[in-house]
Design a protein around this ligand. Structure first.
Ligand code: ATP
Ligand code: MG
Length: 593
């Protein structure tokens, strides 16, 4: 492909909304354009990289025996009502939905569980027809609250989502392990450094779930790793080892011995200062409105050490609720008789409408000689002992693990060590759905004993545009993209420095030779100054560059360099194909001269 006949326009300026480097470089290299917030067009160059990503994913999925399908994105509401997701996704605002001319309602699918489960239940009746794994590579739609960072968080984006179907958990475990291995190969082929973390399965539901994360400062996810190397989790799921207990070895003092006023002081830090203690000696009591799986509403009073915060993603599962939200001040006043800042676990007023249950975070399991809100404005109790004063009350339901992990906390894994928090970009997510969708949508088969059972499903998502962008986050320098060879729009560029007949002729010949040797080569044959060409070539990030100029040719050489090293070597024209091919085969980090 010749530049003079291509649609390729590079830019000097960065758009105002391009906060991260992948967005800036994709835009400046002329690979993507914004059509609307979170909606991008791919130019021919951008689409070449995306297509490479698609091919890598397709090859690795096919290699596992998974089969590609094509599922509609425009999907009837009824299907989404059946799975139970319509209302929640509409309420969350994430679902794009619309009406047809007859008033029928449709969703623009954010994932394909419903569509694929429907496909399978229509055709499969016996365990003998299993197992299989079906995957579409299709645009998905999500009305994200904050579409940003270019391809990293779009509202329309390309996803590969695979769905495995098995008659039992054992089959599902096998599929899950296969997908895990395939994802590793995919991200390795893309030249990505990645980490695997335990993930909360969020709104999709299910049990086991892991995310593939590209560690990058611009990542929107907080990740927790042990510095001993044997633990990684999304902060939404992370747990810590037991924390040191400041009260260890102390004798329990009588309750309320030194009750103290805390007039108008509502923050834990302020109270600690005022009471002459530390936040870890204060019990924070949070009250949540919870809804159980049975649809019944109740109130959860959760006690946690004052220096910790409750992780509201972990909370519902830990206390056996479907979802929770912080109770309003009005409810708080009814249950406790006071306002936020002075709430405590003791003497909760019976709440007329709903039952109240008390949970204690593990950080307080043995807590004693602590301060807590007195359920009276501007007053704190002293010397609360959790085992003595809280665990004995009828409303106490148990010890739970709901604290948010912090940098420096002890690791929960066998090797010990301390937890460190890093940022990451989620590029892939695999989870065992189990029978959530197959039960809701009656996707059943007769098992070996002729009993009808819902299928065990796994689902495995991978963002293609996001992965391409993540590759740039990890592979760039001050002047542009440094493409890993497998994702580069073209592997090699030939640039001609002057448009003299003999230079053009030599460059044309090299270009043709590289092409016939099967190298994906782009030809910068423009009538531009060398400085302009070099800038563009660096910006676009071709892994290999071949520069043909009059002076070199007079000495019988051209200049060849890799994008990563940017160190030119003089090579005789008849050796160029060989050097380029061998360098590319080795990843083009250095030149194979
Ligand atoms: P996030 O937490 O980043 O919103 P998610 O957990 O909602 O993502 P999944 O439902 O697991 O995403 O989707 C599977 C994959 O699709 C993700 O791992 C990611 O690579 C990609 N993806 C999800 N949302 C977007 C988006 N808005 N733009 C681009 N890619 C996305
Ligand atoms: Mg996810």
């Amino acid at each position: 492909m010749r530049w003079s006949q291509s649609f390729l326009v590079t830019l000097r300026e960065v758009p105002g909304d391009a906060e991260v480097v992948s967005h800036q470089l994709l835009y400046r290299a002329g690979m993507i354009q914004k059509l609307a917030a979170g909606i991008y067009s791919f130019t021919p160059f951008g689409f070449r990289s995306l297509r490479k990503m698609i091919e890598i994913v397709r090859e690795e999925m096919d290699a596992t025996g998974a089969m590609e399908v094509d599922l509609p994105i425009l999907q009837p509401k009824e299907l989404w009502v059946e799975s139970g997701r319509w209302e929640r996704y509409v309420n969350d605002g994430i679902l794009f939905h619309l009406e047809d001319r007859k008033g029928g309602e449709f969703a623009l699918a954010p994932t394909a569980e419903e569509a694929v489960t429907d496909m399978v239940r229509r055709s499969v009746t016996s365990w003998r027809q299993l197992p299989f794994n079906l995957y579409p590579i299709r645009t998905k739609f999500r009305d994200e609250i904050r579409p940003r960072f270019g391809l990293l968080r779009g509202r329309e984006f390309l996803m590969k989502d695979a769905y495995s179907f098995d008659v039992d958990q054992k089959g599902l475990d096998l599929h899950y392990a296969k997908m895990d291995a395939a994802y590793r190969r995919i991200f390795e082929r893309c030249g990505l450094e990645y980490a695997l973390v335990d993930a909360d399965s969020g709104a999709i539901g299910g049990s086991a779930s892991q995310e593939f994360m590209v560690v990058a400062e611009t990542g929107e996810d907080a990740l927790v790793f042990s510095d001993a190397g044997d633990y990684g989790a999304n902060i939404e799921k992370a747990v810590t080892g037991p924390l040191p207990e400041p009260w260890a070895g102390e004798a329990e003092k009588p309750f309320g011995e030194a009750n103290a006023p805390t007039p108008g002081i509502t923050t834990t830090e302020g109270q600690a200062l005022h009471l002459g203690t530390k936040p870890e000696r204060i019990v924070n009591t949070m009250i949540y409105e919870a809804v159980g799986a049975d649809g019944k509403a109740w109130l959860a009073t959760v006690l946690i050490r004052g220096d910790l915060t409750i992780n509201e993603v972990k909370l519902p599962k830990a206390i056996g609720a479907l979802h929770v939200k912080l109770a309003s001040e009005e409810i708080l006043r009814k249950v406790t008789g006071t306002r936020p800042g002075f709430v405590g676990p003791l003497a909760l007023l019976p709440f007329a409408e709903n039952p109240v249950f008390v949970f204690v975070d593990r950080s307080l399991e043995h807590g004693r000689n602590l301060w807590c809100g007195a359920n009276k404005d501007d007053l704190h109790h002293s010397n609360v002992s959790i085992p003595r004063d809280v665990m004995g009350i009828p409303a106490f339901k148990g010890v739970v693990e709901v604290a948010t992990a912090r940098d420096g906390d002890p690791s929960p894994a066998p090797k010990g060590g301390l937890l460190r928090i890093k940022r990451g970009i989620e590029v892939g997510h695999i989870f065992k759905l189990g029978t959530k969708y197959s039960e809701a949508m009656k996707c059943e088969v007769a098992d070996r004993s002729q009993k009808m059972v819902p299928l065990a499903m796994g689902c495995y998502g991978l963002g293609l545009g996001r992965t391409v962008a993540a590759a740039i986050e990890q592979n760039h320098d001050d002047v542009g993209i440094v493409w890993p060879v497998p994702l580069a729009p073209f592997a090699c560029v030939v640039a001609v420095l002057q448009r003299d007949a003999n230079v053009l002729e030599a460059a044309d010949r090299l270009y043709e030779e590289l092409r016939s040797a099967g190298v994906e080569v782009f030809y910068d044959d423009r009538d531009e100054r060398p400085g302009v060409k070099f800038k563009d070539i660096d910006l676009i990030g071709f892994p290999l560059r071949v520069v043909v100029g009059g002076k070199g040719l007079a000495r019988g050489v051209v200049e060849v360099s890799t994008r990563r090293e940017k160190k030119a070597s003089e090579i005789a024209p008849d050796r160029v194909v060989d050097v380029v091919k061998r360098s590319l085969a080795a990843g083009a980090n250095t030149l194979a001269v």
